[in-house]
Write a protein that binds this ligand. Structure first.
Ligand code: HPA
Length: 279
């Protein structure tokens, strides 16, 4: 397991700080089809990921691959417009390096988002779900970004996970949703590696395990953020409803995920702006 050296982090931070004098307090990670929110930042600068040393590139359509720094609702924000995934062949350490960079840039809070399949039968496409907990299925299978030598500069060897999704921030998200007239669901997200979508038998199993939404990201980022003591809030955009029946003619696909993103961006924007305004 190759740990990142101090130089890799320092080089990335230096490359970013050379482009802007803004010093962000909030990190924002925008998942599949949700990147549009970063285009609304004021006084923004955008740095293509390939211009940041060590930064993992996203190869997935719908992830534009830029780091955008600017202002939103009076806060200085650093936003990842798209992210790299485990299924692209990166290590867990590589795909979570951007969270550590946000921390080193000065972000004390991270707002994460993702596209997810709805497992909870009450959920419909276009719903926004505030994550209140997660199941790290990929971690249980042995892939966890905190494995290997512990980097004491960031945090302790063992990390408690009970209060991972900050209660106060969740309250602020619900208030923001009410004020904006957005229905905000709440539930448990389960992370699988992907890139394939789930079989009907797997969907039925994930429901029995207590998950409300399924996706291929976010959880490992939450681990690294919590390890570094960052406050976390996360939202899943329900882009498709999980199919639990082998006789169904429907099949999950990336196009429907991106289409639903268009409905979800305004909802996510309203909730994120409301939280930022209240912070
Ligand atoms: N499963 C896993 N990941 C996803 C899904 C899904 O149905 N939709 C969007 N990301």
């Amino acid at each position: 397991m190759t740990a990142f050296t101090q130089t890799i982090y320092d080089d990335a931070v230096a490359a970013i700080q050379a482009r802007t004098s803004l010093r962000p307090a909030i990190g924002l990670v925008l998942g599949s089809g949700l990147g549009g929110l970063a285009d609304t930042l004021e006084d923004r600068i955008a740095i293509p990921y390939e211009e940041i040393p060590g930064w993992p590139q996203s190869t997935v359509h719908g992830h534009s691959g830029k780091l955008v720094i600017g202002r939103l609702e009076g806060q200085i924000v650093v936003a990842q417009q798209g992210r790299a995934h485990f299924y692209e062949g990166y290590t867990m350490q590589q795909i979570t390096m951007p969270i550590r960079i946000m921390h080193l840039l000065g972000a004390h809070t991270v707002i994460l988002s993702n596209a997810a399949g709805g497992l909870n039968p009450d959920f419909v496409v276009g719903d926004l779900m505030l994550m209140n907990d997660h199941i790290n299925f990929v971690g249980m299978a042995g892939s966890n970004p905190l494995m290997g030598p512990n980097d004491e500069r960031f945090g302790p060897r063992f990390v408690g996970m009970t209060q991972s999704y900050d209660k106060r921030l969740r309250e602020l998200a619900h208030q923001a949703a009410v004020e904006a007239g957005v229905t905000l669901r709440e539930g448990v997200y389960i992370a699988l590696s992907g890139p394939n979508y789930e079989t009907p038998a797997e969907i039925r199993m994930l429901r029995m395990m207590g998950a409300d939404a399924v996706g291929m990201s976010t959880v490992h980022e939450v681990l690294v953020a919590r390890h570094a003591g960052m406050r976390v809030i996360a939202c899943s955009g329900i882009t498709n409803v999980a199919i639990d029946n082998i006789d169904s003619n429907l099949e999950a696909n990336h196009e429907e995920v991106l289409d639903a993103g268009k409905i979800l961006v305004p909802k996510l924007t309203a909730v994120v702006k409301g939280v930022l305004k209240a912070l």
